[in-house]
Each structure stands twice: as structure tokens, then as C-alpha cells.
Design a protein around this ligand. Structure first.
Ligand SMILES: [Zn+2]
Length: 191
């Protein structure tokens, strides 16, 4: 799914525990988007595509380096290390990371039909490849519906709690999001 959808779903995962601090919510949200760092190899792949020595780091490493159990455990460990409520924040980071994997599993098919299998137990073995034959395309309607639903729930929560998903990155914009949320969906949020 798109980075926006992953970010929203991760922030909502963080908000399932109202006791988390702003910083902890930010860490859990980060844990849910960090798997896609392994897509960064697409840049050198693109840049060298017409050269004498093309590299295929995008195709070879995306859904391999960052979409596995070890990466999830390391990410959850780092979040726990930086959090006050270590167990809770670490567990939610692990959950957000795996929600990302689940979303990719069901809805990240490329335009060419490739399903981007995930080598879940790399580097220990590459024999376990998570893949679902029913996977829909990245731009298919279920992804649009899930993203739209996540936006609505995010706005309701923002209206109710007074903070949104930009609270760590861009507080001023986050205040604007809360204002818009309170105007648009305040009625549904009991405001
Ligand atoms: Zn991903």
C-alpha cells in the first residue's frame, strides 16, 4: 500500500493505547513505515538503468531487506529502548510493523502483476516467501477505500483528542488538521 496508508494505519495503531506519549506515538508510527526503507535501492536502479553496469537493488531488495521478522524485532527493540512504556510501545511497534506487512501482502501488486513476495525469515533462510495469489493492485479500489476509512477515523480521533498524525513532524500543521477535523467531523467525535 502507499506510504500515506501505512503512516495513517500506524498512527492509528499507536492511538490504540491512549496512555502513550506524543514521542511514543511518533516512534510507533515510524515503526509502521520503516519497512519501506528497503525500496530506496530503486533510486540507484533508476539512475543506472541505461548505464553499462546497471544495478537492480530496487527489484532485488524491496520486500526483502526490510519486510522480515528480524527487521520487525530490531525495530520493536529500538522503539522499546527509546520509550518510557517499553513493553507497550515495543509491542505496538511490532504490531504496526506487521500491519504494514499484512497490507503489503494483500494489496501491493504491481502494474506488471508482480506480487513482491516477502522473505519473512531472511537472513536465516529465504525459503519462506510470504505471498498471496489474491493480492490486489496498488491502485485498486480496496486500497482507496482503506485509505479513505483511515483518513476519516484519523480525523475523528484528531477532533476528539486534539492532536493528529503530524504532531511530531510538523506541530503547526497538526493544529490546522485538528481545526479542520473539528469543523468537519466534530459532530461525530462528540465535539
Ligand atoms: Zn512495504
Amino acid at each position: 500500500m502507499s506510504p500515506l496508508t501505512h503512516a495513517l494505519l500506524s498512527w492509528l495503531t499507536a492511538n490504540s493505547a491512549p496512555s502513550l506519549t506524543r514521542r511514543e506515538r511518533g516512534l510507533v508510527t515510524l515503526a509502521g513505515v520503516v519497512p519501506d526503507l528497503d525500496a530506496i535501492g530503486a533510486i540507484p536502479q533508476l539512475l543506472t538503468a541505461r548505464s553499462a553496469h546497471p544495478v537492480y537493488w530496487g527489484s532485488d531488495l524491496h520486500h526483502v531487506l526490510g519486510h522480515n521478522l528480524l527487521a520487525a524485532a530490531v525495530t520493536a527493540g529500538l522503539v522499546a529502548w527509546r520509550a518510557e512504556r517499553r513493553v507497550l510501545a515495543g509491542a505496538l511497534a511490532f504490531a504496526a510493523f506487521h500491519l504494514h506487512l499484512l497490507c503489503d501482502l494483500v494489496g501491493s501488486r504491481g502494474g506488471d502483476g508482480y506480487t513482491w513476495p516477502m522473505a519473512y525469515l531472511v537472513p536465516f533462510t529465504d525459503r519462506v516467501q510470504l505471498e498471496w495469489s489474491g493480492q490486489w493492485q496498488l491502485d485498486a479500489w480496496p486500497n482507496v477505500a482503506i485509505t479513505a476509512a483511515a483518513i476519516v477515523v484519523t480525523l475523528v480521533l484528531a477532533a476528539r483528542r486534539g492532536f493528529g498524525p503530524l504532531e511530531v513532524l510538523w506541530p503547526a500543521a497538526d493544529h490546522a488538521v485538528v481545526e479542520v477535523a473539528r469543523r468537519r467531523v466534530g459532530r461525530f467525535a462528540g465535539r
